[in-house]
Design a protein around this ligand. Structure first.
Ligand SMILES: NC(=O)c1ccc[n+]([C@@H]2O[C@H](COP(=O)([O-])OP(=O)(O)OC[C@H]3O[C@@H](n4cnc5c(N)ncnc54)[C@H](O)[C@@H]3O)[C@@H](O)[C@H]2O)c1
Ligand SMILES: [Zn+2]
Length: 695
């Protein structure tokens, strides 16, 4: 539909319309409409949006504001006057019984209070009830049931007519082919909902696409919507789609009207009772807007614990007679409003790629992008993970890229706007040699990470030192990354044992080091000499040995030196240790330098043998008891909870098995909880119960 040149033109115009200083006038308003139409096509028809939703919304708002001031310039086909059409032309179109509209958007409490005022005015009611449910981020569908049978499923289309995708809808297991509406005297009913792909299915989907060399999709919404409009309905069944049904739009009765159909919450309960996945535990009814505001704020915080994507909440007037009184505009109903969560995506320009060498020598490409504000922070560096990812995503320097930052997850480049390339972009060239020490990089067969194998590589030495002193390792407070770098650059620190031989007289001469801070540093270093064995093992930075493996190793020896004599076979007998980890450990102890370094550490006073408190057994309350945590905990972090168990002599298992005694299940616990329920031997307890036990 759009040529490459047009795509380039519209992308350039998008960037200029996004600038706050770019004003809209009679001269460029049609251009802005064209830009919006272009993005609607990318979003609804190609399922391949180029910009973030917030950026689209910003342009839409600009147009709206201009048209409000200049009503004589509004055109009937303006994007503000109709919903974005998802018609591909691949299916027959059929009319909806009731138009399928969009929603008005809001972004803060003030917007919601304003809507509350308008609802009260429009309904002449003091205290209308509001129902609140998630705004499911999928593709809208409309279903018609006649005489209890599903007769038609359609997309939203242009809001008036949708595409007939009945065959595909029938592949979605959560859409019943028959539903007992006749119990409610309903002869024909039109219901609305959202087809979704869970986060898990989406990841699996993108992995498959990547393996096949295709273009990955930006989000589960695009994947769900694309799946719905596939021509082969068998393939739809493989996509694991779900449908949430959240609205009854029309019905004809064969008897008296059922009570359920007088409120929104009642009609959703009816849908649930008829076998639909209607929001039930996700739906709440409130009596005033302040309660609603508190609820939607809380919900935003737990957004990442849900197995599917939501991009906001939808508020609806609960009483259907009041809804009718309010009616709708050509674009959205007045009885509902969407409260949009903070945006997680934005577009920016990839300016440069830096190659960082980690403590194991792994070289990580890091993209430097023009700073953008996403999800509450400014993002200017984005990890590209490895060379394969750069190739798979086909990224170039100079590309405009879509960046996402979801919750606590590190930012990620989703894709480049390839259609918008001008030819001035440059390939990203992965270095052949270590950018720090110049040694040749190596990549073993089957791996995706390039490594510098020079153990004396400065970058690695510094990163190993930083790791050694870090919080989860030896926890040498007030040492920190900045001091490691400073001392290293001044030649005060070259190797790990140097930490214990550091010349405090010299440090005292440095700016910023008073008596107090030196004392603190000294104390922290001294204290670390008696750190527990598992932390020492972790601190050494042995390849593939994370905190959990370090604990397993520490549990099986009395002294660090014993590990030196383990063979790969013996190591693999230990819980959760596979061939990769085992060979990492053997390789580590196999070099003379390691042994010399360990001897120096021991000579400096670091305890390699378990302290008597670590050895003591029999008098700890959790001795011989196993635990596993799943779901989201609220009072403790996962690692705090695990530490408490271990401090009391208990053991953490990595999976549910007959060896497990306690499963502590937090919010949104998933498959582990299901599995534990099937085993009669596992005690399932809440986080609160766990806190009581450890008291
Ligand atoms: N990135 C882009 O280029 C681009 C282009 C076009 C549109 N968009 C995005 O699409 C949105 C506008 O399009 P829209 O009208 O399809 O959607 P919308 O986000 O304005 O919301 C309306 C839709 O929400 C859905 N919905 C989910 N849960 C619901 C619930 N509980 N109750 C009622 N409806 C629910 C329905 O399908 C409904 O049609 C904008 O937010 C925009 O950012 C993005
Ligand atoms: Zn190097």
């Amino acid at each position: 539909m759009y040529s490459n040149e047009q795509a380039q033109l519209y992308t350039r115009e998008t960037q200029s319309f996004l600038q706050p200083e770019q004003k809209i006038s009679e001269l460029n308003v049609e251009q802005l409409r064209d830009v919006l139409r272009f993005h609607e096509y990318r979003y609804y028809v190609s399922d391949d949006p180029m910009i973030a939703d917030t950026e689209y919304d910003l342009l839409h708002k600009k147009l709206q504001a201009f048209e409000k001031e200049n009503p004589e310039l509004v055109t009937a086909d303006s994007p503000t006057q109709r919903v974005g059409a998802d018609i591909t032309g691949d299916f027959l179109t059929v009319p909806h019984l009731v138009p399928m509209l969009s929603l008005e958007n809001s972004y803060n409490a003030e917007d919601l209070r304003d809507w509350d005022r308008r609802v009260k005015e429009g309904t002449k009611t003091d205290q209308p009830e509001y129902s609140v449910e998630p705004k499911f981020d999928g593709a809208g569908i409309s279903l018609i049931y006649e005489n209890d049978r599903l007769v038609r499923g359609t997309t939203r289309g242009d809001g008036i007519r949708g595409e007939d995708i009945t065959q595909n809808i029938k592949q979605i297991r959560s859409v019943p082919l028959r539903a007992p509406f006749s119990k409610y005297n309903i002869q024909q009913i039109e219901i609305r909902g959202e087809v979704m792909m869970s986060k898990k299915s989406f990841e699996a989907f993108n992995e498959k696409v990547m393996a096949a060399g295709g273009t990955i999709l930006a989000n589960p919404r695009n994947a769900a919507s694309g799946s719905l409009r596939m021509k082969n309905s068998k393939a739809v069944a493989e996509r694991n789609l779900n449908a949430f049904l959240y609205h009854v739009s029309d019905y004809t009765l064969s008897g008296p009207k059922p009570e359920a159909l007088s409120t929104h919450s009642g009609s959703l309960q009816m849908l649930w009772d008829c076998g639909f996945r209607a929001p039930k535990k996700e739906l709440h009814v409130y009596k005033n807007i302040d309660e609603v505001i508190a609820h939607v704020t809380d919900y935003e915080e737990m957004r990442d614990t849900l197995p599917y994507e939501i991009d906001g909440m939808v508020l609806k007037v609960n009483n259907l007679a009041l809804q009718d009184k309010l009616g709708m505009t050509s674009h959205h109903p007045r009885w509902a409003i969407a409260f949009k969560f903070k945006a997680r995506q934005a577009t920016t320009v990839l300016r440069q790629v830096e190659f960082q060498v980690g403590r194991t020598g792994a070289v990580t490409p890091v993209a430097k992008v023009d700073p953008v504000f996403i999800g509450g922070v400014t993002v200017s560096s984005v990890s590209l993970f490895n060379e394969d990812i750069i190739r798979e995503k086909d990224l170039c320097i100079g590309d405009t890229v879509l960046v996402e930052r979801a919750g606590d997850v590190i930012p990620n480049i989703i894709k480049a706007q390839k259609d918008a390339r001008t030819g001035a972009e440059r390939c990203i060239i992965f270095p052949k040699d270590c950018p720090v020490c110049g040694a040749e990089l190596h990549k073993p067969e089957g791996e995706s990470v390039w490594r510098c194998v020079n153990a004396n590589c400065e970058a690695q030495v510094v990163e190993r030192l930083i790791h050694f002193v870090s919080k989860n390792a030896m926890d040498i407070r007030s040492f920190g990354e900045a001091n490691v770098r400073k001392f290293y650059d001044l030649g005060l620190l070259k190797t790990i044992p140097d930490i214990y031989r550091i010349d405090f007289m010299k440090i005292a001469q440095l700016a910023g080091f008073g008596k107090k801070s030196i004392e603190n540093l000294q104390k922290a270093i001294e204290k670390s000499k008696t750190q527990s064995l598992n932390r020492i093992i972790f601190a050494l930075g042995i390849r593939y040995v994370g905190e959990t493996t370090a604990k397993v190793l520490a549990n099986n020896v009395q002294s660090l030196w014993e590990l030196k004599d383990f063979t790969e076979e013996q190591l693999m007998q230990l819980e959760d240790i596979g061939p990769k980890v085992a060979s990492g450990i053997v390789d580590f102890f196999d070099t003379e330098e390691t042994i010399a370094m360990l001897k120096e550490l021991e000579a400096a006073g670091v305890q390699f043998t378990k302290a008597s408190s670590e050895k003591k057994s029999g008098d700890l309350p959790f001795e011989g008891t196993t635990f596993l945590f799943t779901g989201t905990l609220t009072a403790l972090t996962r690692s705090e909870a695990e530490e408490k168990v271990e401090a009391l002599g208990g053991k953490i298992l990595s999976g549910v098995s007959s060896k497990l005694n306690y499963l502590v299940a937090g919010a949104e616990a998933g498959s582990k909880l299901e599995k534990a329920k099937k085993l009669n031997t596992v005690k399932i307890i809440t986080e609160n119960a766990f806190l009581k036990i450890i008291e």
